[in-house]
Design a protein. Structure first.
Length: 208
């Protein structure tokens, strides 16, 4: 499908990717991992075509939310319906997933600021807090390796954060594992996207 998506085409760049995705779903070259690989294909092709800089825009969450409509759209194409309807459907999904991702990034950044500002402590403690929104499940060993601190310092920080309610112990053996549930609640993302592009650009509540 890569060569197909790379051929010259007068239409929008995402349209070629969307058609190639449809062919992957229909041809099922890898039946046991077809959906997973098709999703990776879209993310990587969006990067290769310059739509985004990194493979952060994956269609799977949006397609899961619209699974029945997706199946209906595919059946319509197979029955001879217009291909452009499928392209418009998938393009809407890419757009809405992008707005979800932007909202998630803003929410994680707000949480990072709030965690750092509400907890006084050493520079090492603040570094750990700043990283929790994007690495919400961790261990003493992982914190020590990731932040260049000693295991003793890491253990002291985790005890402090557990006492403050920032971290919760979720496993004891074979390694003690901690989780920041505030961050996990954000990453289990279930918020509707904004209704318009204009709404995306409006300041978040509480911001000027």
């Amino acid at each position: 499908m890569g060569p197909l998506a790379r051929r010259p085409h007068a239409g929008p760049r995402p349209a070629k990717i969307v058609v190639a995705y449809l062919l992957l779903v229909l041809l099922r070259p890898y039946p046991k991992a077809n959906g997973y690989l098709a999703g990776l294909f879209v993310g990587n092709e969006l990067v290769r075509h310059g739509v985004v800089d990194h493979p952060v825009l994956l269609p799977a969450p949006w397609l899961d939310d619209h699974a029945e409509e997706c199946r209906e759209r595919i059946r319509a194409v197979v029955a001879g319906g217009p291909l452009w309807d499928w392209v418009e459907f998938f393009a809407r999904g890419v757009r809405e997933q992008a707005t979800r991702n932007l909202a998630l990034i803003d929410a994680l950044d707000d949480l990072r600021t709030e965690l750092v500002e509400r907890t006084e402590g050493s520079r090492s403690l603040r570094k750990v807090l700043a990283a929790l929104p994007t690495s919400p499940v961790t261990s003493i060993q992982a914190l020590a390796a990731g932040h260049g601190i000693s295991p003793k310092t890491s253990a002291r920080i985790t005890r402090r954060l557990v006492a403050d309610g920032v971290l919760r112990v979720v496993a004891e053996h074979p390694v003690k594992v901690f989780a920041c549930e505030e961050a996990l609640d954000l990453l289990v993302f279930d918020h509707a996207p904004p209704r318009s592009d204009r709404q995306v650009l409006r300041p978040a509540p509480g911001h000027d």
